[in-house]
Design a protein around this ligand. Structure first.
Ligand code: ARG
Length: 468
């Protein structure tokens, strides 16, 4: 052999890898992010190998000490990463052998990069899920607290983005909270399927060494070893599942973002976002733009893209491991970075929202938002709902012609449309009366909002207890 071939697998090769192919197939520039979990997996693997007498205790200790030094080198930014060594696994193994000699070459006994990488991603994603979970819980807490503060604040509720009926701002915020509660459950559900250990599947068929997969699983905190070696090295469902739930979560954040953008506009002017969450314009000095919600709205697209990318990556792949799977990492990593960033921005921003209660109230007074209340009032006095609907329709037409909301009309004006209307009508035509009347579970009445916030807080506490 005149020219050097790859030291990990070059034995059967007669010429070195093409320089471009080496770059093209290498993953170290992105999978080095997995170094901590790779080392953790290797320590558990070596510990298990010593337990079943495949390694001596001295060999195990040398490996663990060497890996510890390597981790410190990486963290100090002193590790000699090499693209020629292809990926995070071979970079670390080669360095280990440099440090401790031939024993380093024994670490890979009974293991393949195929089960190693599948294990690394799961360990990494499991830790990241816990970070996402904490941010999500922080955001939900912020929403619940703001909802309680704004339980009595009246705003227009919309359908078709047209004023529909008055609601409380607290109720609106708790609607957001409900969306996130579902995302939270999906996240924890996904975590269960992430927390299964591929290690021991080796390349695809298992290994001839007397390994004890339960030991390794326990050392790594996995729920159990994966059942089937072929499936273990090929399965990337967990990454797709995470990206799918992340897509739903981002979809929810994009809807909140959209409303925040609308509400900060001069046309709505319902809320103020503190300056630290906004930016200015380089040309228009008066501008204060809601950049954070806009950017979160925009970032939703890339996460949807990653979901499509991962689904397509796995489509029609034959068992077991294929190099295609190396392409799972960048979409998954970017999804995680995006989700963590968006949640962090939202969790910081939500408690800082200042409601402009007066503007919200004035907007709710316009647009005949208590028209349904007038119809319900007539029904209570014995008018059939369809007739009541017609009577109120005529009152609204009169109001439009005369620029008057229903609550601004005199009793005589209202009685033109139905003699059934009496002095007590004004109680239902006020915004306060309208929201207070929707006083059942799930309704917008301030008392219901306070009770719902309390239940949400308890549900959140129960969910986070499950994790601890
Ligand atoms: N870099 C590879 C990946 O990300 C690691 C596994 C490689 N296995 C192999 N047989 N080439 O999937």
């Amino acid at each position: 052999m005149s020219q050097q071939t790859n030291q990990s697998w070059g034995g059967r090769f007669s010429e070195p890898t093409d320089a471009f192919v080496e770059q093209f197939t290498a993953s170290v520039n992105f999978d080095r992010r997995l170094y901590h979990h790779d080392i953790r997996g290797s320590i558990a693997h070596a510990t298990m190998l010593a337990r079943v007498d495949v390694l001596t205790l001295d060999e195990r200790d040398a490996i663990i000490a060497g890996l510890g030094e390597i981790e410190r080198e990486i963290e100090a930014g002193q590790f000699p990463w090499s693209v020629a060594l292809e990926d995070v696994h071979m970079n670390i193994e080669a360095r280990l052998t440099e440090k401790i000699g031939i024993t380093g070459k024994k670490l890979h006994t009974g293991r393949s990069r195929n089960d190693q990488i599948a294990t690394d991603i799961r360990l990494y994603l499991r830790d990241e899920i816990d970070v996402v979970e904490a941010e999500l819980a922080r955001l939900r807490t912020g929403l619940i607290e703001l909802a309680e503060r704004e339980a009595d604040t009246i705003m227009p509720g919309f359908t078709h983005l047209q004023t529909a009926q008055p609601v409380t701002f607290g109720h609106h915020l708790l609607a957001w909270q409900e969306m996130l509660a579902r995302d939270h459950e999906r996240l924890l559900d996904c975590r269960k399927r992430v927390n299964v250990m591929p290690l021991g599947a080796a390349a695809l068929a298992g290994t001839t060494y007397p390994i004890d997969r339960h030991v390794t699983a326990e050392l790594l905190g996995f729920e159990r070893p994966a059942e089937n070696s072929l499936d273990a090295v090929s399965d990337r469902d967990f990454a797709i599942e995470f990206t799918a739930l992340a897509s739903l979560l981002l979809m929810h954040l994009s809807r909140m973002s959209e409303e925040l953008v609308l509400w900060t506009s001069a046309q709505f002017d319902f809320i103020d976002l503190p300056d630290r969450f906004c930016t200015g314009s380089s040309i228009m000095p008066q501008k204060k733009n809601p950049d954070v919600p806009e950017l979160v709205r925009g970032k939703t697209g890339r996460v949807y893209g990653h979901l499509m990318g991962l689904l397509t990556l796995m489509k029609s792949q034959p068992l077991a491991y294929n190099k295609d799977n190396q392409e799972d990492k960048e979409p998954l990593f970017d999804t995680l970075d995006t989700v963590k960033g968006c949640l962090r921005a939202f969790a910081d921003m939500i408690p800082a929202i200042e409601a402009k209660a007066g503007n919200m109230y004035e907007a709710a007074r316009k647009g005949f938002s208590t028209a349904t209340d007038l119809a319900d009032y007539l029904v209570r006095k014995g008018v059939a709902f369809r007739d009541a609907h017609e009577i109120v329709g005529q009152s609204v037409a009169y109001g439009l012609d005369n620029a008057k909301d229903l609550s601004e009309m005199t009793l005589d004006e209202l009685r033109q449309f139905s003699a059934t209307i009496e002095g007590d009508v004004f109680e239902v035509l006020t915004l306060e009366g309208s929201v207070a009347a929707r006083n059942h579970i799930g309704g917008t009445a301030p008392d219901q909002v306070r009770a719902a916030a309390q239940r949400a807080r308890e549900a959140l506490a129960t969910l986070t207890e499950v994790v601890e």
